[in-house]
Design a protein around this ligand. Structure first.
Ligand SMILES: Nc1ncnc2c1ncn2[C@@H]1O[C@H](COP(=O)(O)OP(=O)(O)OP(=O)(O)O)[C@@H](O)[C@H]1O
Ligand SMILES: [Mg+2]
Length: 224
């Protein structure tokens, strides 16, 4: 079995003509990696995840998941996705318990509730939860199919320090057996946990190891 979970080759994407957002991007994510994606607001991080998930179609290039071309890939249960929160919160009705039972295979419901300590939220309507509580439920939903690949778009945003520590621990546990790709503005979190980091929004996007990070950060966020 190939070690490559995601392969992106010469990817081109734009929402509008003449506004190229992703231009000739290539990288690979290997099995078992904790792969970070960093970049300023508007760099295209969320867009890149949506391209990998097939929600958006690139104008050029190729994406493979588990070795298979995205166009023919159909084993989406192997992939979990936690979107950037505010884009989904209004689309869920019902309480947390109902949501989990609707999505999760029966034998996984109990596990995911215990794993993320959701016991106290089960009877509450999802739309009335706080941002951090919603974030936990979204992560739970993504874990219910026991995915081999987990894509997370800013999982720490809006969480208090206790919830951040909890989610960080959960992700570390999850990443022992799975491949995790995480978009985050939390540099400390990314540097501490990532095996490699893709820097989007630089003249030449590149993948770095956390050790090489110091020099790149200034360029990435145009700091002086
Ligand atoms: N559906 C859309 N239609 C048109 N333009 C879009 C759409 N979604 C995003 N964009 C634009 O594409 C660019 C990249 O957006 P994206 O959401 O991928 O950025 P991001 O790196 O995730 O930013 P952030 O850190 O703020 O979440 C932005 O300029 C955004 O305005
Ligand atoms: Mg985003």
């Amino acid at each position: 079995m190939s070690d490559r979970v995601i392969e992106v080759k010469d990817l081109h994407f734009r929402y509008r003509a003449q506004e190229q957002l992703i231009e000739g991007l290539s990288f690979e994510v290997h099995r078992g990696e904790f792969f970070g994606i960093l970049g300023p607001n508007g760099a295209g991080k969320s867009t890149l995840l949506k391209l990998i998930l097939g929600f958006l179609k690139p104008q050029g290039g190729e994406i493979r998941i588990f070795g298979e071309r995205l166009e023919t890939f159909s084993q989406w249960k192997r992939v979990g996705y936690v979107p950037q929160r505010f884009s989904v919160e209004r689309s869920f009705t019902g309480n947390v318990g109902e949501l989990l039972r609707a999505v999760a295979p029966k034998e996984r419901v109990g596990w995911v509730i215990a794993f993320l300590h959701l016991e106290n939220l089960l009877k509450r309507p999802f739309v009335k939860l706080s941002g951090g509580e919603q974030q936990k439920v979204l992560l739970a939903l993504a874990l219910t199919t026991n995915p081999e690949l987990l894509l997370l778009d800013e999982p720490m945003t809006g969480l208090d320090i206790h919830a951040q520590e909890h989610i960080e621990q959960v992700l570390r546990d999850v990443s022992k057996e799975r491949t995790v790709v995480v978009v985050s503005h939390d540099l400390g979190f990314v540097l501490k946990n990532a095996t490699r980091v893709l820097c989007l929004g630089m003249p030449s996007c590149r993948v770095i190891k956390p050790g090489e990070f110091e020099g790149v950060i200034k360029e990435l966020y145009r700091l002086h």
